[in-house]
Design a protein around this ligand. Structure first.
Ligand SMILES: [Zn+2]
Length: 198
């Protein structure tokens, strides 16, 4: 019994370390994002496709402070509901037969300042690398899909851009058993050919 408890404590300790490290990562990324530009990581392993989407709160709801009014809270909920439907945002070939097995949507940040008019003059949109100023929020979404025929995942159509008018670009990192590559898709070029990756 004692051994079990010690093992359990060790595991909990390890998890705490991992989440602390993650929190630091989040902090750094929140301080350096660019509005209009999101990131999508895709890892294909056998029939399982894990996707991780990060996008600035600005792109989704048009603000990055904490939702205060009824309208703002509703906007956040609406955004989360849209994010929870990956197959509507990222069009995969029907022949890959993918279904959604997990979705987790989190809004990170947004707990910093309630900035009044006086803060806005110089900040504008230009400078996003000041960690100390903070005030950015990001939607972080994790998806797990199960695809019966992952070899048919040869393209992705990004209806994402139609769904979110504030989004303009998306950096897409793809890892498969065969290869690893980074792509840029955009509102002007909302498709990705993955033929060589699968
Ligand atoms: Zn921002």
């Amino acid at each position: 019994m004692r051994i079990n408890i010690m093992t359990a404590l060790a595991v909990i300790g390890a998890l705490a370390l991992v989440s602390a490290a993650r929190a630091e990562d989040e902090h750094r990324e929140l301080g350096s994002h660019v509005h209009g530009h999101g990131t999508l990581n895709i890892a294909v392993e056998d029939k399982r496709v894990a996707m991780e989407l990060k996008m600035p709160g600005m792109d989704l709801v048009g603000f990055e402070h904490e939702a205060e009014t009824k309208e703002q809270k509703a906007a956040v909920e609406k955004a989360k509901a849209k994010l929870a439907k990956p197959l509507a945002l990222f069009k995969l070939p029907a022949s890959a037969s993918c279904s959604v097995s997990e979705v987790r949507v989190v809004l990170e940040g947004g707990d910093v300042h309630d900035d009044g008019e006086e803060n806005h003059a110089e900040q504008a949109d230009a400078d996003h690398d000041d960690d100390e100023r903070g005030g950015h929020t990001e939607f972080h979404v994790a998806y797990v899909l199960d695809c019966a025929k992952p070899a048919n995942l040869t393209s992705i159509g990004f209806d994402y851009f139609k769904t979110f008018p504030g989004a303009n670009e998306l950096t897409v990192n793809v890892v498969t058993a065969k290869a690893q590559s980074t792509y840029e898709v955009s509102r002007d070029k909302p498709t990705l050919d993955l033929g060589s990756m699968m």
